[in-house]
Design a binder for this molecule. Sequence first.
Ligand SMILES: [Zn+2]
Length: 121
Amino acid sequence: MKKIPQCDRCKFNAHSNYLVCAIHPSGVEGNRCPDFLLDPEVQELLSPIGFTFIDEQLYRMPIIYPVDFEPTLERSQQWEILNTHPFFTGVCPNCGGSYPQNVKIIHYDCQSCGWMDDSLG
Ligand SMILES: [Zn+2]
């Protein structure tokens, strides 16, 4: 019985001490298996954030901005909004009241305390 490194990431891995996999119970010759299929669950675990596996190769995910994208906020301001804006937190930054769930909200002005969303200028 012979396992190859691919086996650990393969969908067909039997995870058994007595069986390599369902297709090749006693393993394969050489270092590559013709039936290797990357296990999607393993793939997710192995892919670092911002990367993805395509045909066993690790690729950096493209970060695509709209062509007219121009950042108008400093990094610290973006961070502030990420941490406080109800679009991201789901609660009013002033009174802590919750916004309705599963509703598409255009204006985040708070119904409870009257907090005004002026982050859109
Ligand atoms: Zn409020």
